[in-house]
Design a protein around this ligand. Structure first.
Ligand SMILES: NC(=O)c1ccc[n+]([C@@H]2O[C@H](COP(=O)([O-])OP(=O)(O)OC[C@H]3O[C@@H](n4cnc5c(N)ncnc54)[C@H](OP(=O)(O)O)[C@@H]3O)[C@@H](O)[C@H]2O)c1
Length: 309
């Protein structure tokens, strides 16, 4: 039985991607920080997959808090990896309040969206012999050439992301968008550099791609936004998904995300929904990607024997 780990699988895109993976016959590990929410998601998935025959063991639950290195290490250690075929780095957040930190003192948007996934993937790579596919969920928020809603990614050093200086910040909503765009840019750099690292270690058979699910209002991503954005996100914008091509549903984007595990035959690419497209010009800066990789290793205290051999 081929197993796929989906982070943040209890809600939004991750939940629907899990549904499509189950329908394709995969076993899915719902890797969630809140086990109660994970159990509810399991029940929902059982109902939604009633027509396709899935077995009791096909949906598994595991606790994973990407805002804690300790939790990530525990999760990876406990996970049976013999059948691990795919990983979807989906969990993500944004907020518009003063800086929040992970348990390890790293700014939370960068810490969860990038650094936690970076550590988890590296740990799983060192122990999963049958791993074949990795999908890293980014966003077109990383790309100023295709969207204007988010500010262009902007940082000099990786330290600026992990340990930002807050003194000059007056507009937390704007800062939240900036940090989100930066973290989604890191997701693309990570995918591209991971492909390079896999080549260096002769593991080209593991295909890794970055993914933009498109604009999906109504998911939990909007929960920490200002009252106006919150209202539009949950109550107004989802109504337009039937009429506007610019708005996607978690179901359709979950389906194309699941295909990056089941169908894709390329690596080191960026997918916008079902279509392979170029990512931003800046994201092809391999020196920057390498620097992010090295600095992430240090920030996550990744030990030599924990890395890809
Ligand atoms: N919605 C969009 O328009 C859109 C557009 C582009 C990209 N994306 C990307 O799509 C991905 C999924 O987002 P979504 O829209 O589906 O939002 P969502 O419904 O809020 O899902 C995010 C998931 O991440 C989990 N999560 C947050 N912090 C975590 C942590 N510390 N440890 C483990 N899990 C954590 C959440 O768990 P809890 O429920 O416990 O908080 C939730 O399950 C994100 O990477 C996002 O950046 C979304």
């Amino acid at each position: 039985m081929k197993t796929v780990v989906v982070t943040g699988a209890n809600s939004g895109l991750g939940l629907y991607a899990s549904k499509h993976l189950l329908q394709k016959g995969f076993t899915v590990v719902l890797a969630c920080r809140n086990l109660q929410k994970a159990s509810q998601a399991k029940k929902w998935l059982q109902k939604k997959t009633k027509k396709s025959p899935i077995t009791e063991n096909q949906i598994q639950i595991a606790q994973l808090d990407l805002a804690s290195f300790n939790s990530i290490r525990k999760f990876c250690k406990a996970l049976p990896t013999n059948n691990l075929y795919g990983i979807i780095c989906n969990a993500g957040l944004t907020y518009s309040t003063p800086t929040r930190f992970t348990q390890d003192g790293v700014e939370e948007t960068f810490g969860v969206n990038h650094l936690g996934h970076f550590l988890m993937v590296n740990l799983l790579l060192s122990q999963a012999q049958n791993l074949q596919r990795i999908a890293i969920v980014s966003s077109d928020a990383h790309n100023p050439e295709t969207q204007q809603h988010f500010p262009p990614p902007n940082f000099e050093k990786v330290e600026d992301l992990a340990y930002p200086k807050d003194d000059y910040i007056t507009n937390w909503e704007k800062e939240g968008s900036q940090r989100y765009a930066n973290s989604k840019f890191c997701n693309v750099l990570f995918a591209y550099q991971l492909e390079q690292e896999l080549k260096k270690t002769h593991r080209e058979h593991i295909l890794v791609n970055a993914y933009n699910p498109g604009f999906i209002p109504g998911t939990g991503l909007g929960r920490n936004t200002s009252p106006i954005t919150h209202f539009m996100w949950f109550h107004v914008l989802p109504l337009f998904s039937r009429f506007s091509k610019a708005i996607r549903t978690a179901d359709e984007s979950g389906q194309s995300l699941a295909r990056l595990i089941s169908d894709v035959q390329v690596s080191g690419k960026y997918f916008d929904g079902a279509q392979e497209k170029p990512s931003s010009k800046a994201s092809y800066d391999l020196v920057r990607a390498q620097r992010l990789w090295w600095r992430s290793e240090e920030l996550a205290h990744l030990k030599i024997n924990e890395q890809i051999e």
